[in-house]
Design a protein. Sequence first.
Length: 256
Amino acid sequence: MESPHGAAVSAEDFGLKGPRGWAFRGVGFSAPPGSLVAVEGPSGSGRTCLLLALTGRMRTTEGSARVGGLELPRKAAPVRRIAALGPVPGVSELDPAFTVAEHLRERALLQGRYGSSLRTLLRPRAERRATARARIDTALEAAGLDPATLPKAERTSVRDLERIEALRLSVALALIGKPRLLALDDADLKLSPAERADAWALLRSVAASGTTVLAVCSEAPQDAHVVRTGPAAEDIPTTPTTEKESADAIAEAGRA
């Protein structure tokens, strides 16, 4: 039975071919709602393309996948409505010139305008502001980010955040929309061992709360449901994919 919150995620013979060859191919796995799914593989092995495909943001070439009972690629638009992106370079990056408060207000405003019912939009402004603030506070708590501990509290610019703080902010922004699936790229990139442990503890906590987490990484923790990309993980011949080829595949999929 499908969870009312976290989304089950599965794939069978899932593949995406770009203009220079396969970004990824032959991916198959099944993870229940509330899982921590780690997409592991070397740089250029199609990890980011797989993440974007599983969140309905890239059209694949072969095979199928299901997210929250919705079939991909046919139901890509509904999947996008239940899946939120954390940090994904070139797709959902933080603006370094914005403050923490500006990012939070912007996301809450967008969520209130496009993610709410007409009935909600007709409520008094003060009530809508209180609801938005409550969403922000709940998301910050879930992401383990206390703005009071930052150099200038919520007025701190993103450029002044430590990488682990920026990761927590990105996760909080994604959680404002109460997604059933949270997806993020490079979860362990440029983190010290202590920061890496903190990052995985954060993602475990989000998954434990019921939201399925899909995280691209170079090395998955032992307790994660691991999905591997790259020719070494497949029993079928593929064309090795460079970072340039992955970028081409993203562009090609976006035009599809």
